[in-house]
Structure formats: structure tokens, C-alpha cells
Design a protein around this ligand. Structure first.
Ligand code: SF4
Length: 328
């Protein structure tokens, strides 16, 4: 399907027949649960631009990349501005990399922006500018992993795929397994269970994926699930068990922000995004009091291709004379 043409919404699907995969781990009532979650989705789904009837496959991929580590509320305006500026892979492929990184702005993890541009270039070179719908071809694109390929196949092309993000993992852990939260790392058993819950019909599969994801985002949230507003509360194993504590709690790492390399990298990128000229070392050094940590972060940013360091001419370049800028 051409990347720039609007993708068609999956046809309404009937999912009221007994599930054919229920031997794989889904409970007997899976079809009824799916039907009720999808009916809830039809009423409560957020009106997001990457779900609109005129969305493009490329727009769906951009949304999935942006949403990987950034909340919807921050992604939505960035996505609109991005697609307005670079509506097709060819547009993004031809853009100066510095502009791409500036447009990524504060979405975080800016390597995603670099990978997205590399992806656009490969789509242009290998696929004539149209995002492929084939799983292997999607997986071969820079920055596209198993989750993103599955999501694009489902939400852009209406194909049956197992879309297992953190929201769906949490919903299935509670609803089907009876645990407060899934294990920190995705397991084979969990992937099998998720696959068993996906209907055979492609359109129904895409609806279930979108609906279960939305239920996890809006109702079955990580910290404060609103079970009183849940369409399947009467069939939830975790609720029936009295909402037992998280059995994997001891294996979870809490991610701090203050003082981390991520914070340092974020400060450097923010400074360079604002700069029209290469930034002298002194100005970069003033960003962070720990010189060794700053040097480590600068080296990593240069190695990642996010920052270009230009040393002053000479046999033994003086680090204090170096300048820093975004790649062009
Ligand atoms: S009843 Fe509560 S825990 Fe169970 S699926 Fe619904 S929101 Fe999640």
C-alpha cells in the first residue's frame, strides 16, 4: 500500500463466535471479553490523528516510533507538526539531519529521530518511497523491531499480528493470568498467551489490539486501575483474586532521572538544538559540574551520530578548543 495514500480503516469485524485459539491459553470466555472490550473501545477510544480515516501507513509508523518512550499528550502535537513538514518518507529522507533533530525537540531518546530518518531513506531506496506491509521487509528497516512491525501491520495495513506493548501486557497479566503486573522482561509464555487472544480474522485482530491497548492506557493503568469503569471487571482474574500484590516487584528497577547520563545528554542536545553556530567547549562544559560524566556523555553522543565534535587543527587537539554541533 502506498505510504502517502490514506490507509483504509479495517472493516467492522464480527468476533462473537467462539475463539479458535482458546486451547493456547485464552480462557473459554475470550470471545465475549474481546467483544466487550472492543464495544467499550468504540465508545471511549481517544480521537487520535494516527487513527483517523485519512492517516497514512507512514504516519502510523511515525506515531509508533514516537510513542515508544513518550506519552501521547506530548506526541500528538509533535506528530502533527512532523507530518505537516515531512508527510512522506521521501520528504524526511531529504531533510537536513539537524532539522530532524530540532523537530524531535523534547520527545526524548533522540536516537529514534536518527533511526526514523535512516528508515525513511531505506524506504525510498528499497521500496520506492512506500512503506512495505510485509513483516520481514518491515523488520529489515532501521529502528523497526518486532513490536513496531506488528503495530504497523495491524494499524496501518489491517493485518493479523500480535501487538504486545506494555499496556496489552498489563491487561492480559491481570485479566487472564491474575497478576498485578507482567514480569519485567517479556516471556515466551506471555507471547504465546497474547497470540492465543488474537482472533484469526485480520480486521477483528486489529480491533482487539487497538482496544486492549486503549483499555490499558485509559482504565487498566499501571498505578491506579479503574476497575469500576472496566467493561470486563466481572471476568478479571486479578480482581476476583482480591488484587494481590506484584509478585515481580523485587525484580523491577526504578529509573531515576536526576544525575543520570540521560539528563546530561538531554541538556547537551537542548543546547545544540538552540544553537545556530557550533558551540564552544566552554559553553558545553558549563552545562554539568561533573567533567568526567560530561565527557563520557559527549563521547556517547558523538558515537551515536547525534553530535559532531570538531577539534581545532593541530597534531594534539586540545579538548578545550573543540566545538560541538548537530549533524547536518
Ligand atoms: S478489572 Fe481492573 S484490573 Fe481487571 S482488566 Fe479491568 S481495569 Fe484491569
Amino acid at each position: 500500500m502506498p505510504t502517502t495514500r490514506p490507509v483504509s480503516r479495517p472493516a467492522p469485524a464480527r468476533d462473537d463466535a467462539p475463539a479458535r485459539h482458546e486451547t493456547g491459553g485464552a480462557p473459554d470466555g475470550a470471545a465475549g471479553i474481546r467483544r466487550d472490550v472492543v464495544a467499550w473501545f468504540d465508545v471511549h477510544a481517544r480521537d487520535l490523528p494516527w487513527r483517523a480515516a485519512d492517516r497514512t501507513a507512514w504516519g502510523v509508523l511515525v506515531s509508533e516510533v514516537m510513542l515508544q518512550q513518550t506519552p501521547v499528550v506530548r506526541v500528538e502535537p509533535a506528530w502533527r507538526a512532523w507530518l505537516e513538514r515531512w508527510p512522506t518518507p521521501a520528504d524526511l529522507a531529504a531533510a537536513p539531519t539537524a532539522d530532524v533533530l530540532r523537530a524531535w525537540d523534547r520527545l526524548g531518546y533522540p536516537r529514534r529521530a536518527l533511526r526514523l530518518q535512516e528508515c525513511a531513506r531505506v524506504v525510498v531506496e528499497r521500496h520506492g518511497g512506500d512503506l512495505p506491509d510485509d513483516e520481514a521487509a518491515l523488520l529489515a528497516l532501521p529502528g523497526v523491531g518486532a513490536y513496531t512491525a506488528a503495530a504497523v501491520r495491524a494499524f496501518a495495513f489491517g493485518r493479523r499480528s500480535v501487538v504486545l506493548d506494555t499496556n496489552v501486557r498489563r491487561v492480559l497479566a491481570r485479566l487472564a493470568v491474575g497478576e498485578a503486573l507482567p514480569s519485567p522482561a517479556q516471556t515466551v509464555a506471555e507471547t504465546r498467551l497474547a497470540a492465543a487472544w488474537v482472533p484469526d480474522d485480520a480486521a477483528a485482530a486489529a480491533r482487539w489490539s487497538a482496544a486492549s491497548m486503549e483499555l490499558g492506557a485509559l482504565v487498566c493503568t499501571a498505578r491506579a486501575p479503574r476497575c469500576d469503569a472496566c467493561p470486563v471487571a466481572d471476568r478479571c482474574r486479578w480482581l476476583a483474586a482480591g488484587r494481590p500484590a506484584d509478585v515481580h516487584a523485587h525484580r523491577r528497577r526504578t529509573q531515576a532521572w536526576a544525575g543520570t547520563d540521560r539528563q546530561v545528554r538531554g541538556r547537551v542536545m537542548a543546547l545544540l538544538r538552540e544553537a545556530l553556530e557550533p558551540v564552544p567547549h566552554d559553553a558545553v562544559a558549563a552545562l554539568w559540574p561533573d567533567a568526567a560524566q560530561l565527557a563520557r556523555c559527549l563521547d556517547a553522543l558523538v558515537a551515536d551520530g547525534l553530535v559532531v565534535r570538531e577539534d581545532a587543527a593541530g597534531d594534539a587537539p586540545d579538548p578545550a578548543a573543540a566545538t560541538y554541533r548537530l549533524p547536518r
